[in-house]
Design a protein around this ligand. Sequence first.
Ligand SMILES: Nc1nc2c(c(=O)[nH]1)N[C@H]1C(S)=C(S)[C@@H](COP(=O)(O)OP(=O)(O)OC[C@H]3O[C@@H](n4cnc5c(N)ncnc54)[C@H](O)[C@@H]3O)O[C@H]1N2
Ligand code: MOO
Length: 403
Amino acid sequence: MSLLPVADALERVLAKARPLPAEHVALNEAYGRVLAEDLRALRTQPPVDVSAMDGYAVRAEDITTVPTELTLIGEVAAGRPFTGAIEAGQTARIFTGGELPAGADTIVVQEHTRREGDKIIFATLPQAGRHIRKAGLDFFDNDILLVRSRVLTDRDLSLAAAMNHPLVPVHRKPRVAMLATGDELVLPGQTPGPGQIIYSNGFSIMAFARRLGAEVIDLGIVADRLEDTVSAIRRARDANVDVLVTMGGASVGDYDLVQKALSAENIDLSFWKIAMRPGRPLMHGQLGEMQVLGLPGNPVSAYVCAFLFLGPLLRKMTGRHDVENPTEQALLGSDLPENDERADYLRARISRSVRGALVATPFPLQDSSMGRVLAHADCLVLREPLAPRGAVGSICTILKLPL
Ligand SMILES: Nc1nc2c(c(=O)[nH]1)N[C@H]1C(S)=C(S)[C@@H](COP(=O)(O)OP(=O)(O)OC[C@H]3O[C@@H](n4cnc5c(N)ncnc54)[C@H](O)[C@@H]3O)O[C@H]1N2
Ligand code: MOO
């Protein structure tokens, strides 16, 4: 039986996923969240014409020869507007951000002036309109400045604040439960007994999910017992998570119980086993409202599957447009043999050729247990099913791994 192609599997994973509803969060909580609505300015910025320099507000027509002397009639500072108007022969002291007084049309920087009592002497001819920030220079009331689906950057938060939004509408965070299975697993820092190894998978995948905006619930490690696996799945459902990610127990061994446990809970399985390496035993299904992604236990397989399937799923749920992983082209840094019927995602290092081109060099060992190779890789080289032999210097497709 031919295995499900990666693209079809991804389509099934994304089929029922929808952007989660909006919630309003304070600006200090909004970094990295995804805007759920277009954001309009609630005011004009600057709201009035203001000075861009410390100096004097003048009528340009009053200074046509130098030196010219004008009478100082007041002072304007940011937050302290001047109530009067500048008449012929008059000037007002003004500071950066101060509101341009009525009658004035130009700012002269203080370095070009001298003060004698209430007289200001202007030593250079001003350029009419100089050093004034016009009302609305940055934006006008009702302008849409941040659009729906945008991942809010640090700069966006200041812009939203300037637009006078204390709160912004963002998609709710997906709630993701992580469950590891395996009698052999003990936490880092413990001393493994005979046959035991250190649990590692969850750390990368939980960080990956959080980085994509998920709220993660760590269900820990369950032993390879059907009842324990079933009760952990129930805990995920009781916690109303949007996605349950399991790790391990996905294959066909006697202790691979995840699918049995999910079936006992009546999962609507959309697939199990796909045409990729690493990650063939990946499974996906729907359990009530909860999506379930069953990752294989091998550390590299688990991460590569999370990168290729959980990543797009979370991006879709958080309302982003850039759901699928972007691919790029690079030059192959080593020869590759022809590929079999499974898409291959080779762990590789990126470098630059002398001409500046991107070069991706796959690691010579690609075993799906090798966490070191995965951590030292910065991209995956995609080998399509049945790809012919690839020679050094030929073009290949890469997917960059998150930093
Ligand atoms: N007869 C077959 N055997 C296997 C097949 C197959 O098609 N037929 N597929 C192989 C492939 S491909 C993979 S991938 C693995 C996946 O197996 P499981 O998902 O059942 O994973 P486990 O057996 O539970 O574990 C595999 C391996 O990874 C270690 N592991 C598991 N969880 C963790 C964790 N959280 N942290 C660190 N390491 C973990 C575990 O100790 C095993 O060494 O199946 C192949 N077999
Ligand atoms: O597909 Mo498994 O993930 O090759 O080791």
